[in-house]
Design a protein around this ligand. Sequence first.
Ligand SMILES: Cc1cc2nc3c(=O)[nH]c(=O)nc-3n(C[C@H](O)[C@H](O)[C@H](O)COP(=O)(O)OP(=O)(O)OC[C@H]3O[C@@H](n4cnc5c(N)ncnc54)[C@H](O)[C@@H]3O)c2cc1C
Ligand code: SF4
Length: 618
Amino acid sequence: MSSNALAREPILVGHRQPITDGADYIESLRGRDLAVYLLGERVGEPVDHPVIRPSINAMAATYDLAIEDPELATAESAISGKRINRFLHITESADDVVMQNRMQRRLGQITGTCFQRCVGMDAFNSLYSVTFEADEAHGTEYHKRFKNFIRHCQELNLVVGGAMTDPKGDRSRGPVEQANPDLYTRIVERGDDGIVIRGAKAHQTGCVNSHWIVVMPTIRLRPEDEDYAVCAAIPVEDPGLSFIYGRQSCDTRAMEGGDIDVGNARFSGQEALIIIDDVFVPWNRVFLCGETEFVAPLVERFTAYHRRSYVCKTGVGDVLIGAAAAIADFNGVPNVSHVRDKLVEMTHLNETIYGAGIAASHESHQTAAGNWENDGLLANVCKHNVTRFPYEMGRLAQDLAGGLMVTEILSYPETVTVQHVVDDLRRNASVYADYNVQYIYVTKLDHSLAGVLRIRDLLLGGGETVLGDLIIKDTVTVGHLTPLQDLSDLLDRHRYLGLPVVNDEGRLVGVVRRAAVEEAIADADVIYMEPVVQADYTKGRVDEKDVEKGLTPVEYRVNLELLHQKAKRDAFVLHSLPRMDELTTDVDETRFGRYWVEAFNGVVMRMALLTLILGKAE
Ligand SMILES: Cc1cc2nc3c(=O)[nH]c(=O)nc-3n(C[C@H](O)[C@H](O)[C@H](O)COP(=O)(O)OP(=O)(O)OC[C@H]3O[C@@H](n4cnc5c(N)ncnc54)[C@H](O)[C@@H]3O)c2cc1C
Ligand code: SF4
């Protein structure tokens, strides 16, 4: 610790005017000379960094929403007597707690990511009641100080980060037992003017984009951990803070330029590791100092608030469901039953997350300090849902986006030789083992499809023969936006096992296999069957000249074995009846054979209709 750390002047946030909107907020972050490190280098101006800026845009959306929808994103504060941003509000009713969730879902919809401002909101509300109770027990003045700090943030409309998570080190040991005492943030010096604290805070959401961070302990403490029981507000531009920027998925795409395949280009989340290197905090910004017994309630309350704040993810879920539905529309399959089922399942998962979160908020109770705190058990249910359901939703969305097309295909230019291909196949045998190799797809120089090559023709070709001489050129292709129904029709007309998929420029982008269409059908709850060959029930199907003619192709016949192998356990078959060889009679007496019930109901319905028409019934 530097011995003169206590002599430092208290640092105050530079701006004096309330921040008005998103653009003004972005300007408020400039010129702070923060020590931010990203990809191993110190960042010049975070506001202009392509990886960081989208996270700032997401935070800015919390300001703009307050203007666009003040009912949702602002509240009247009893502390400052002003209408303030809801993220800075101390809840005054259960409705206030519920409104936080509604605002979070809306912001998730707007940004499609983490907008970062909730941690501070939840820290404000948990510390509000804990400081009150600490003062009641100890005669301290933490609550008064904390209210002054809240008023300051409300009046200037600032962003506050909640810094709880310590690096922790060996989890089986408490703070004082760690080999390195700084693994938990602690007080290293107490003086007349304030304290000096040291340590680090991990995974700090939105900290580089904040004006203040509020440091809090991370676990239940024992009396001997007194130095670790510290809560304090630190301005983000304090020179004792350094920020090691955490990575977001696909973040370097933002540095590559271009306007395609950039992910969520405008918005992103932010986490960083904060190093706290002997930071002086004047007493008026210290909100807990050694009262270890109040740490557990603080951690519990913060956790309870924040675990239902995760309804933010349902806003992101709305974006995902909307995107999946748009893709299904684009692919021409919005009404296909398995597509609808998946969208319904995604919605069910999303609303289950929201249901638990909003219920936790509705079940709020008033604390001794007067603010409102949500139900902890339901908040934990919300958190558990959030740790699972978004991943399942992502899987379903992926299925909808491209489940049918296989991109792992063997493709070579038409100018390469047979020997080259054979060598490549041998060299990469383990990679190609998972490929479903029926054909080799051969491309021209511009990557458009030149033709296909049967594996048999490849093996029979001479080693020096170029592929262009062996290929079948008049290849049937499908466009990448071909609707499922058209695809199914095409596969019916041509007996291929798969069809190459090309984009608008004729470039090969993948292959759609017949089996994939069958898999799509295997998702069905109800298998509705029609004959695929034109039925002429006045004649037998078997033509003496060609025994195959008039028969249903094998791959379209449904029998009990196939249903047992492929169909869902509770799926059933409907058929217009009479049937020929497309549906075998061994299905009749099984749970699948609902067509008899259907036929019986049809008779009853027809009889009823006839009775009505003939006026024999009322
Ligand atoms: C995206 C993101 C944003 C975040 N934002 C913030 C933020 O803004 N502010 C903030 O303060 N924190 C934030 N966090 C941190 C978050 O709260 C912590 O990650 C979380 O509390 C878990 O702590 P940890 O990472 O230290 O893991 P741990 O708590 O150490 O858990 C790791 C594993 O060890 C197990 N474990 C831990 N201790 C024990 C033990 N004693 N006995 C047995 N098993 C044990 C756990 O069950 C778990 O399986 C964020 C995290 C993420 C991922
Ligand atoms: S609740 Fe959601 S949006 Fe808010 S800080 Fe946490 S992850 Fe980000």
